[in-house]
Design a protein around this ligand. Sequence first.
Ligand code: IPE
Ligand code: IPE
Ligand code: MG
Length: 247
Amino acid sequence: MNFKEQIDTNRLPKHIAIIMDGNGRWAKERGKMRVFGHENGVAAVRNTAEAAAEIGIEFVTLYAFSTENWKRPQKEVDALMNLLVKTINKETETLNKNKIRLKAIGDLKSLKKETYAELLTAMENTSANNRMTMTLALSYSSRWEIVEAVKQIAEKTKNGELEPQAITSETITQHLSTNYMPDPELLIRTSGEQRISNYLLWQIAYSELYFCPKYWPDFEKEDFYKAIVDFQTRERRFGKTSEQITK
Ligand code: IPE
Ligand code: IPE
Ligand code: MG
């Protein structure tokens, strides 16, 4: 039986976050430039989006470019920005076909002008789609996001809009750029690395972590479904005892 058939569709995670990693190593293994790996990662994004939409996942959030990735060689950064421009435009049709709404989080203004413009257009053109929301984390890091949230909250307390004593965990959640989605129940990272790399630190407080050894360009629908099957074997206790959960 394939993994898709093993999924209990009554217990699907609403939100799956993914760290798409390993493009560079995938290319290096083939004696190619790193950019070749990024180009070949596009198909995996398309397949993952389709796989998720097919079974009824509501939110998928993909880590595409981190704040720290700006420190890579300029040539790679430029190539990535150009690839984004090319891809976003081309993929709008697939997104609409699958009724997927595109969103983005991160310091979007820091993106190359053309990339930012393409992104805005694609978000507008897909804004009416309601089957699934696919969010790209671009020029994103969790600490950056938390600092931005703190600044907004500080402004509100300064203006008297918000009492410091009234700040709750929910206040923080509402000021993060992810405020339109629930926390991810599942976080997948490809390439075998087992770290978070400044991704959704607040939001993954209780996420189940799944590490896939494949490099991102090799990630297929069945790998995605396998992660969900694995997720469904886990007992999520949220601090309680096993007996409390199962009774
Ligand atoms: C992930 O692949 C894509 C981005 C970070 C933009 P990498 O480029 O990190 O590939 P590796 O990890 O070096 O193999
Ligand atoms: C994390 O991957 C960022 C993205 C996938 C966009 P990196 O390859 O940049 O992470 P580190 O540097 O290995 O932790
Ligand atoms: Mg990497």
